[in-house]
Write a protein that binds this ligand. Structure first.
Ligand SMILES: [Ca+2]
Ligand SMILES: [Ca+2]
Ligand SMILES: [Ca+2]
Length: 389
């Protein structure tokens, strides 16, 4: 009995302390919810526009919209500080256990980091849209310095601007991991319309860059002893060039589609045939921009399944399966089929996997399958259960 009681006590702190705090039901603002939270809590924010600047104060908490996997909810759950500050500020040594998920961050403005500013902090940022933020110096969408190495997954950076370097993201002295993200129509008055890297070692995997502009390195500007790795990405239609490099080892670019070409295994230089990169309004840098792949895109089945940045990744930017074979396209990438595509979106060759329907022949076939293999895996058409919020 004593052992049982000890076991229960050992379990108690985690279950007793973790709470769900709802905004605005429990607190009117996200910041008030953060102020009231402790490590392990989850703050769930209902759709709405929150005119505030968020600071998680170093707490290991998850701050998310009601459904980060629903793009309509993400688009309707807005952090907009109305141009007087950054949308999100992490300056308290946040780790990957501080999670932001499923917000649209817009209207942020600051000297450094209009949408988000990380100083010696490495939060997780997932399924967020950074649109229309600005920096009067560095990092229109996001600014990282002092060893900040955030994990940035399934995010969209559209139409952010900086007066100097890093239209979408500026990185100094850090090693962020950026996976399954799209960078469209971001503008830097200096270098790096998409990403500006200074004394840093970022890893960029399965991202799409297009229509970003700068004085150099429309997609990526790599500077000053940086070691940047770019894998499975598409960099196309950025101006005045895709990648510039200054006083650094040349970025390691593999299995990418780079306009103008790039040295490295598996790279191609061919029109990616986006569905409609500037969207129905024919303007780059707005939310209707569509850089999904059309059926004849050379990016299909052309990337590297073994990219380190893909470990643990099962879905693309649409939260559809990340590894899909297009039987109509020869596999030119690396690994065993299904081969991942270049860029943030996987071409869903046959649409979502069908929900199995069992007729009598199906039941017979399944019975035989179970008898012969002893295991059975049925794919569902829904969001993969393992997809993290
Ligand atoms: Ca557009
Ligand atoms: Ca594929
Ligand atoms: Ca194929």
């Amino acid at each position: 009995m004593r052992r049982v009681i000890a076991f229960c006590i050992a379990l108690a702190p985690a279950s007793a302390s973790a709470a769900v705090i709802n905004v605005p039901a429990d607190h009117a603002t996200i910041q008030a919810a953060i102020n009231a939270s402790v490590n392990g809590d989850e703050i769930i924010v209902a759709p709405g526009t929150y005119n505030e600047s968020i600071n998680p104060q170093g707490k290991a908490i998850t701050i998310r919209s009601a459904d980060p996997t629903d793009p309509a909810v993400v688009q309707a759950t807005i952090i907009d500080p109305l141009g007087v500050n950054a949308g999100v500020i992490c300056v308290s040594g946040e780790t990957a256990n501080t999670v932001f998920s499923g917000f649209t961050i817009t209207g942020g403005s600051a000297l450094t980091g209009g949408g988000m500013a990380n100083v010696s902090s490495s939060p997780t940022v997932r399924r967020c849209v950074f649109v229309g933020n600005s920096a009067s110096n560095l990092g229109g969408g996001m600014y990282n310095t002092g060893g900040s190495s955030p994990t940035i997954e399934h995010c969209i950076f559209i139409g952010n601007t900086s007066t100097s370097h890093g239209g979408a993201i500026y990185v100094a002295s850090g090693s962020p991991k950026v996976t399954n993200c799209a960078f469209i129509g971001n503008i830097a008055g200096g270098q790096g319309g998409g990403l500006y890297v200074h004394v840093s070692s970022p890893s960029v995997t399965n991202c799409t860059f297009t229509a970003n502009t700068a004085t150099g390195g429309g997609a990526l500007s790599n500077n000053n002893s940086s070691n940047t790795t770019v894998t499975n990405c598409t960099l196309w239609g950025d101006a005045p060039s895709e990648i510039t490099n200054f006083n650094s080892p040349v970025p390691v670019v593999t299995y990418c589609n780079v306009q103008g070409g790039s040295a490295g295994a598996g790279n191609i230089n061919a029109n990616p045939l986006f569905v409609d990169a500037d969207g129905s309004d024919n303007v780059f840098g707005t939310l209707d921009d569509n850089v999904r792949l059309s059926a004849s895109s050379p990016c299909i089945d052309a990337a590297n399944n073994g990219a380190p940045g893909l470990v643990g990744i099962t879905t693309d930017l649409d939260i559809l399966p990340r590894f899909v074979d297009d039987p109509a396209v020869a596999d030119t990438g690396a690994g065993s089929a299904p081969i991942v595509d270049m860029g943030a979106y996987e071409f869903q060759a046959s649409g979502p996997a069908p929900v199995p329907t069992l007729n009598q022949w199906g039941i017979l076939a399944l019975g035989l399958l179970v008898l012969t293999s002893g295991t059975l895996v049925i794919r569902q058409a829904s969001v993969p259960s393992g997809a993290a919020a």
